[in-house]
Each structure stands twice: as structure tokens, then as C-alpha cells.
Design a protein around this ligand. Structure first.
Ligand SMILES: C[S@@+](CC[C@H](N)C(=O)[O-])C[C@H]1O[C@@H](n2cnc3c(N)ncnc32)[C@H](O)[C@@H]1O
Length: 538
């Protein structure tokens, strides 16, 4: 089994499919903790699949068993990044061993088709969780019964609901298969419950009478209804309705709920060209198209597993990187011979792209506070033959910039942010973010922006970027910064990115609905040569 990119994948994927966790630094609060139950009795840490002791069950469909356990892990808050071994090898083994321990039996190994189904089902069930739970609750007829439901049983129901409602799978096969899983993994009574609830759902679907809330009443009531129908947190719906209007907010939610699109960036640092990558994709029969906005990028709608299995990432031919991240590097516009510092660098997607643009002349210093993520950056820079130009520094930017006298030609601050622009790739992120996080993040963004500004040479460039589409994390942070730092001015990005990405203020902004890529933002600021202007105003 290969490692699948699903709900916890990041827009940057390194090495052989290692999935770095969040693109932002705030910890994710767990959604709901798993209660100890009969299925967890067989949990024994450290047991590897090679020590197979559980009985093989050939009747249960392996993709449902794996999906149910993966969904449980995600709900526990740890996603499944921690299932991956240090070197990114043996991840599949680890996961199957975990499935075995959790369920108390062994399934058949996953085939390619199963792997794709696990990716679709896990990503979809996470995205659509609010709608699925609304319907499950309705069919349980009893709020307490729903709230007290065993976590594994709830996951099995979510899988069944998602398969019937969103994947359009033959309903009675879905009912039978999920009933079987519930019976074997839990007990016969659980199977009967799954049977009853799923059959009622099938009948509601067939008679077109699903109980969906009506979008009516005041703004709050409408947001609550939309939050169920499009499966997002109410606060996000309210925020987007205010910023974008209801129609655009719905389009954005539809985008977030769609299949994520991935892009590959060819590794020019190792001498590969886009034509080389295209040739390899043709050989692998992976459908692809060149990016219309970035020369080194190729879009792949499906077939990413094939690319991973063929070793294209492991061998350093390319990286998985969204064009929105590439465009931020275009805003920095690294030139051979320059000294650049990437202030929040790990896991290194932008560092590597910037370093490859230096063509061996110049230097990129890469700071990050997170040691584990920085280790991924170091490993990947070796793999991409770029370790000669990249220096990794483990530090808190705020302390580092106070202590050092070094000044750089260009400074990139790719700040920790809400990630609200990448919700299609990070299916679980919408449930892990709270409105209060945004406030904390904005304070951190201001502090980091000030710290980053201390590293810019007179006449040098400071680029502030996020993978958010929220004006408070973007334009408003820059306005606050410029007010306090008169030594900086906006350097419009129109000569660095295509015009459709340039805002009226001269910033870069990608909009998932308009551009069909992740949402991201960048402001390019130039520091004056006039030292008198330097200093922070209150
Ligand atoms: C948006 S991610 C960076 C993604 C990265 N630029 C890339 O393209 O792969 C933000 C990073 O900021 C780091 N970070 C958060 N607070 C920091 C601080 N005080 N000093 C340095 N790094 C920090 C986090 O560990 C996280 O890796």
C-alpha cells in the first residue's frame, strides 16, 4: 500500500510522501476523544504488522476498515502523520498494524483501488462531517443516543452515509458491507443499528426527502443552515458571507468540498526540466497539464499515488507544491548571488524553490522554531542537491532577529496562519480552527513581521505571505505594519506575477474560486535607504 494524500495532506509533500502536518503553528485541539471500548482492548503499542497475530477476516472490505480507523485517528486529533516512521518508510505497514490492533482482526491488504477509495472516503467523510452528522442525528431520533455513540460506530455510519449520498455507490451493497464491518469490529447489535439507520437513509434519498435546513431568517439563522448544507463551521460561513457575500461564500465552500487538485514542481536544481517531468508523467499515464501561470509546474488531477509509487518525489525529480506557493516565490523573485532569509521556512517548500532559482550562486538561510519540520527541510534540501545553498537554523525568529547583526537582500516571512485558503487540501482543518485562533495568530503575525523587518538591508525586500484569504491576516496586517514602520513601502507585484493575481493595492492574492488554485496572499515591501526613517512607531 502506498501512502495516500488525503485529509491531512499539506500543499507541500516531501520525500516519499511524508506528510508534514499543519502549515501553521497553533496546536489543533482534539475534536472528540475516543472512549475506551471493546475494540481498543486489543491495542498494544509497538506491535508491528510483521508480527501478525490477529485472525484474517476476508469478508470485511479492507478499504472500509482502514477508513474507519483512520477517521477515528483524525477525530482523536492526531491525524495520522504520527503513524509515519521517521524516515517515511514503513508508513503503510505501521498504519495496517494500527488498524489490526484497533479492530482486533486483520483485513486483506489494500490494492490500488482500495487506496484510492480510502483517500476519497476519509477526505470526504471529514469534509462532509457536519452534514453527515446532522442526518445521522435525525435518523437516530435521540440526541443522547447520538452523543453517546461509540466512536467507531459513528465512523462506520459516516462512511456509509458518505458512500450513499456523495459517492453514489449502490446503496444496498453499502448497507451490507458497513453492517458486516460493525458486526465484526464491534458486535452484532451494532450491525443491526447500522442496518436500520442506513436503510432509512436510502429510503429518504430515494424519495428525495432528506431533512435539510432551510436558508431563511436572519443572518445568523441563514449561516447555521448553510453551515449544515455545505458542512463548514458557522463562524466561517458568517465571516465569508460578510467579506464575500453569500453567493461567493457558497462557491468557496463548494471548492473546499471538491476533490483537491495537486501540482508538481519540477526540480530544476537537479537539472530536470518541465519537459522531462511531462515525459515521465506520460510514461506513467498520469493525466496532467502544464500550469498556465508557473513555468516549472505541472497540474495533476489524479494519479498522484502513481507519481509517489514511481519514486519521482523520492528521487528528487519533483515536489508536490501548489502554484499558489510558487507564486509567492515569484513575488520574492530570487536572483543568483542574493542572500535570502526564509523566516518561517519549514517544511521547506518555498525555501527549496527559492534556492533552486539561485542557480548555485547566493544563499538561503532557513529559520524555523519547529525542529521536526526543520529536519524534513534539511533532508529534502540534500535530496534536491540544494544543501550547498541552504543553511537551516533552529530558532524563534523573534529572538534570532534581536540578536543577529546580519542583514539580507530579501526576507520572506511565510507566516503561521489560519490556512483558510487551503481547506480543499486540508479537509480536517476547518474543524480544528476556532475564531479565537485567528486573534492569537494576528498577534503572532505582527510580532513576526516586526522581527523579519529587522533582517532587511536598506533597499532590501520584505515579503509577507500567508495561505489564507482572510483580509485580517493579510491586508490588515500589512496596514498595521506600514503604520508602525515608515521605512517600508509597498513594492507592487505586477512585474512578478500575472495580472489576474494583482490586487488594487499592489498585493498578490490567489482566490480558489477565481483561479482554481489554493488561496494565498503576499505583499512585497521595500525598505528605504534612508536610515532616519528606520524604527518602530507605536
Ligand atoms: C506557513 S508555515 C511555513 C511553510 C513553509 N514556508 C513552506 O513553504 O514549506 C509556518 C511555519 O512557521 C513556523 N513558526 C511559527 N512560529 C515561529 C517563530 N516564532 N519562529 C520561527 N518559526 C516559527 C512554524 O513552525 C511553521 O513551520
Amino acid at each position: 500500500m502506498a501512502i495516500s494524500l488525503s485529509s491531512s495532506s499539506s500543499s507541500f509533500l516531501s520525500l516519499s510522501g511524508k506528510t508534514p502536518s499543519l502549515s501553521c503553528s497553533l496546536p489543533n485541539p482534539p475534536i472528540k476523544t475516543m472512549k475506551p471500548n471493546a475494540t481498543m482492548a486489543s491495542y498494544r503499542p509497538g506491535l508491528k504488522r510483521k508480527h501478525r497475530i490477529q485472525k484474517l477476516n476476508e469478508d470485511v472490505s479492507p478499504h472500509r476498515a482502514v477508513s474507519a480507523v483512520r477517521l477515528l485517528r483524525i477525530e482523536q486529533g492526531g491525524a495520522f502523520a504520527d503513524l509515519l516512521s521517521d524516515k517515511g518508510r514503513g508508513a503503510a505497514e505501521n498504519e495496517m498494524a494500527y488498524v489490526e490492533r484497533t479492530l482486533g482482526f486483520r483485513t486483506r491488504d489494500l490494492e490500488d483501488r482500495d487506496v484510492r477509495l480510502v483517500t476519497d472516503i476519509v477526505g470526504g467523510a471529514v469534509r462532509w462531517r457536519r452534514l453527515l452528522d446532522h442526518l445521522i442525528l435525525y435518523l437516530c431520533h435521540d440526541e443522547r443516543k447520538f452523543r453517546d455513540m461509540e466512536p467507531l460506530l459513528l465512523q462506520i455510519l459516516r462512511i456509509g452515509f458518505f458512500e450513499i449520498l456523495k459517492l453514489g455507490m449502490p446503496p444496498y451493497a453499502v448497507v451490507d458491507e458497513n453492517v458486516r464491518l460493525a458486526k465484526v469490529a464491534l458486535r452484532p447489535g451494532a450491525g443491526n443499528m447500522v442496518n436500520g439507520i442506513l436503510r432509512k437513509l436510502v429510503s429518504l434519498k430515494e424519495t428525495d426527502s432528506l431533512p435539510l435546513p432551510k436558508v431563511e431568517g436572519d443572518g445568523r439563522a441563514q449561516a447555521r443552515a448553510l453551515a449544515v448544507i455545505y458542512s463548514h463551521p458557522v463562524w466561517m460561513v458568517r465571516r465569508w458571507t460578510n467579506f464575500l457575500g453569500q453567493e461567493e461564500a457558497i462557491k468557496l465552500m463548494n471548492w473546499n468540498n471538491g476533490d483537491p487538485r495537486f501540482c508538481l514542481r519540477v526540480n530544476a536544481g537537479r537539472g530536470y526540466t518541465r519537459a522531462d517531468l511531462v515525459k515521465k508523467l506520460e510514461t506513467l499515464k498520469v493525466p496532467h497539464e502544464p500550469s498556465p501561470c508557473m513555468d516549472d509546474f505541472v497540474r495533476v488531477q489524479t494519479g498522484l499515488q502513481t507519481v509517489i509509487r514511481a519514486g519521482l518525489l523520492r528521487d528528487g525529480v519533483c515536489s508536490v507544491q501548489d502554484e499558489s506557493a510558487g507564486l509567492v516565490v515569484s513575488v520574492v523573485d530570487p536572483q543568483p548571488g542574493e542572500t535570502i532569509i526564509d523566516c518561517c521556512a519549514a517544511p521547506g517548500g518555498k525555501t527549496l524553490f527559492m534556492a533552486s532559482r539561485l542557480r548555485g550562486q547566493g544563499m538561503v538561510s532557513a529559520i524555523d522554531i519547529n525542529k521536526g519540520r526543520l529536519r524534513i527541510l534539511k533532508e529534502t534540501s540534500k535530496l534536491h542537491n540544494l544543501d550547498g545553498v541552504i543553511t537551516a537554523i533552529h530558532a524563534d525568529l523573534r529572538l534570532y532577529s534581536e540578536k543577529t547583526n546580519l542583514k539580507f537582500d530579501k526576507v520572506l516571512l511565510d507566516a503561521p496562519c489560519s490556512g483558510l485558503g487551503v481547506l480543499s487540501k486540508r479537509a480536517d482543518l476547518r474543524w480544528n480552527r476556532r475564531l479565537e485562533d485567528l486573534e492569537q495568530l494576528m498577534v503572532l503575525q505582527d510580532e513576526l513581521l516586526h522581527a523579519a523587518s529587522l533582517l532587511v538591508k536598506p533597499g532590501g525586500i520584505l515579503v509577507y505571505s500567508t495561505c489564507s484569504i482572510d483580509p485580517e491576516e493579510n491586508e490588515e496586517r500589512i496596514a498595521t505594519f506600514l503604520h508602525r514602520h515608515p521605512e517600508f513601502a509597498i513594492d507592487p507585484v505586477d512585474q512578478y506575477v500575472p495580472p489576474e493575481f494583482v490586487t488594487k493595492e499592489g498585493y498578490y492574492l490567489s482566490n480558489p474560486v477565481k483561479h482554481s488554485i489554493d488561496g494565498s496572499f503576499a505583499a512585497r515591501l521595500i525598505r528605504s535607504f534612508n536610515q532616519d526613517k528606520a524604527g518602530m512607531k507605536n
